[in-house]
Design a protein around this ligand. Structure first.
Ligand code: R5P
Length: 317
């Protein structure tokens, strides 16, 4: 395929080579030859090994673990492309790390999501494409066009294809995620319940109260991020205690830090379904009750539409 005003180039950082390759396969384009490696002191070195002058370049890089290294790779790749006279640079960031730091949580605390947005813009990115931002308003942290894609069509298709899922109830594991869960509930024509989650200490979560009648339902927890897994495990316990038949979870970003995969495996969740916005670790791949859906076709289509200057939002109508 060709861009409206020049050739398209896809450049992959090291965060998720499998996803980058899959996107390239969908677009029937090769990944641009590039070296992204470390010096002995772990400084990052980048060299784009093909001509990109005048090209419409898409860098595919999630700022997932190790977040700082992957962010720095993205910035340095952008700098290399800008100095190589790329016509337009789009940062495709399927998982936008630091998004949870989108407001001051107390006196003298940072808004790191805004700082990261500034860094990406200042490095020379012309537009950003991301997926299921933790908070929609993070788009406003950028003064460049920012497309926030949604994994929900991919999830809805998967849910509809499963004949084992009957009498469904969509559940938001916290009050902050109600809009996201309501959107999915509407698409599958299911009722909505909410868990009132209280966090006593940073990094820990505690389920307090299920708002809605979940007894006898197969519950589907919907959220943007699963990190330690604490929120989901506690939510599953609360739903089962309130009479839910089974509990599944559809989560956009499988951060799954530390022992999260084992925690999920030992939980009352029947299945956790994530996307490949973050490269799954071996523990995640081997976990019997974790399954990954690919968002490569969705991102490939969004890249194709961006390059040919067609509507991206109509992908979600
Ligand atoms: C919080 O606002 C997010 O939407 C997730 O609920 C949270 O990040 C999940 O974290 P954990 O898996 O560590 O409980």
């Amino acid at each position: 395929m060709a861009a409206k005003n020049g050739s398209i180039k896809l450049v992959a950082g090291n965060s998720n080579p499998a996803l980058a390759q899959e996107i390239a396969n969908w677009l029937r384009l090769p990944l641009t030859k590039a070296v992204v490696r470390r010096f002995a002191d772990m400084e990052i070195f980048v060299q784009i090994q093909e001509n990109v002058r005048g090209s419409d370049v898409f860098i595919i890089q999630s700022t997932s673990f190790p977040a700082n290294d992957h962010l720095m790779e993205l910035l340095i790749i952008t700098d290399a492309l800008r100095r190589a006279s790329a016509r337009r640079i789009t940062a495709v960031v399927p998982y936008f790390g630091y998004a949870r730091q989108d407001r001051k949580v107390g006196s003298r605390s940072p808004i790191s999501a805004k700082l990261v947005a500034n860094l990406i813009s200042r490095a020379g990115v012309d537009r950003v494409m991301t997926l299921d931002l933790h908070a929609e308003q993070i788009q406003g942290f950028f003064d460049i066009p920012t497309d926030n894609l949604y994994a929900s069509p991919v999830m809805v298709r998967d849910i509809k294809e499963r004949s084992d899922l009957t009498s469904l109830m969509v559940v938001s594991p916290d009050v902050g995620g109600v809009a996201r869960a309501r959107g999915l509930a509407k698409r599958i024509n299911a009722p909505l319940a909410i868990i009132d989650k209280r966090r006593e200490r940073a990094g820990e979560s505690e389920v307090m109260n299920v708002i809605g009648e979940v007894a006898g339902y197969t519950c589907i927890l919907v959220d943007d991020i699963v990190d330690s897994g604490g929120t989901l495990v506690n939510a599953a316990d609360a739903l089962i205690a309130n009479g839910a038949k089974e509990v599944y979870a559809y989560i956009s970003h499988g951060v799954l830090s530390g022992g999260a995969a084992a925690r999920i495996a030992g939980s009352r969740l029947k299945e956790l379904v994530i996307t490949d916005s973050i490269l799954p670790t071996e523990a995640v791949t081997n976990a019997a009750n974790i399954r990954t859906l690919s968002i490569a076709p969705l991102i490939a289509e969004a890249i194709s539409r961006t390059a040919s200057e067609e509507s991206v939002s109509s992908l979600f109508d």
